[in-house]
Design a protein around this ligand. Sequence first.
Ligand code: HEM
Length: 464
Amino acid sequence: MSLASKTFSPQDNGDCKTLHNGNGVDPSQTPLMDRETLQEQFEVSEEFGFAAKYPLVTLPEYFQPWTDIAVNLQQLIEQKKIREAVDKLPLLDHNRLATKAEWCVAHMFLAYIAQGYVWQDGEEGITKVLPKNIAIPFHACSEKLKIPANFNQFNSVLVNWKLKDHNQGFTVENMDTIITLIGGDDEVWFFMTAFMVEKACGPALYAIADAQQAVSYQDDSKLESALRVIEEAVHEMVVQLNRMGDGNNPSTFYNVLRPFIAGWNAPAFKEKGLDGLIYEGVSDKPVSYPGGTAAESATLPALDAALGISHRSEDEILCEDFKKYMPPKHREFLIAITKGPSIRKYVLSKENPDLTAAYNGCLEVVKLFRNTHLQVVTRYIVLPSRQSTSGQGKGLVGTGGTGFMQFLKGLRDSTLQAFIGKDSHHTPATDGFKNKITSFRFLTIAGVISVTGAICLALFRKYH
Ligand code: HEM
């Protein structure tokens, strides 16, 4: 039977086993996403993706005691004086934060201060308790914004960016963080590369809404165009990710920054028999939040949901866990995608070679992103850990708390599984180029071996 003759229900969410519908919601009642309302409904923009649009950079005068510490973190950490400074803080009234933008800045400042406070004296000197001067307002910000009170992708990237020069464009060179932890150009480069990746995803998020509308109206040409936009945007995410090495030294990242962005689930806590950190004045029970990780970015989950990439259940559990650290509107956006019409199932049902190629083109770039990311992780964690004497390499756990290589490879492999038809063996342009280089190398080496062999044989014959 020809697949083309299959009937397709546009609101049928298809075969993505973990992300889609088993939630009792009647898909026919799910409204389609509309690009005109995405910003208002889900706080995503075509220009910045999930990152905030020009976030606020300061707090009102009343909160100056927090600001004084937040903007001087590097110095306070270097002089090991951050605990002293925090212990002297008055307990400020968080209810004087007036707008959502102010609550966001406060969440960011307090998250950074907490990291400095806990890790100032390294793994050996961690604290068991976060003092109430910051624990109470940090918890209040978390309740208000519905994002856990920890250092995460939201407060280190999505709301922590500004342009160095407003007359210049968006390049990682022209980006700055609002505050830094231990400072240094490498830290700024690390977080601003992540920002550039988030920003590059913006057009893809809008194209997902377009693509689902196209599926609903069975408009193949609109769907193909939308898929091409997704492919182009994800390709740009790869370009931006590839810039990591231009300004962030792996050894500085591994030995200087990484220990400070670890969370309360880090091995250092477990080794001391601690189940996490106690937020004084909030609860006597410790919390074991993860540290900063872009696994909390909604970018890849949005692409997975849109393209119907389903992961192994053990990986899916981790992915779901990371979603807890995303802003609520972004989580809602992910749910809206999964409830929307299945692009994958539609493409499968149509057997249209152009549509299949456009769909597989999207998978190619997601695969490329995940492969590039694996290389980055190898360069920034795996290799430096082998040279480390600090013991940081123990068990190689990500700042998000995962035994990450298996997890990351699992996600890459499930991307491979999603390819449709014979195109699944299709070689992308970039891989083709790599293959050409590899074959060229192979031919050169083979040539050198043959010539050397021939010379040896000739010499052997001559002298024997
Ligand atoms: C030095 C640079 C980086 C390192 C060392 C790194 C490391 C890691 C690690 C270890 C994980 C596993 C989760 C965990 O335990 O934390 C992870 C996940 C992830 N990271 Fe990165 N990362 C880097 C840069 C980035 C950037 C710039 C992005 C882009 C926003 C990114 C996006 C992701 C995503 C989306 C995941 C979830 C896995 C997936 O969906 O494929 N990472 N990263």
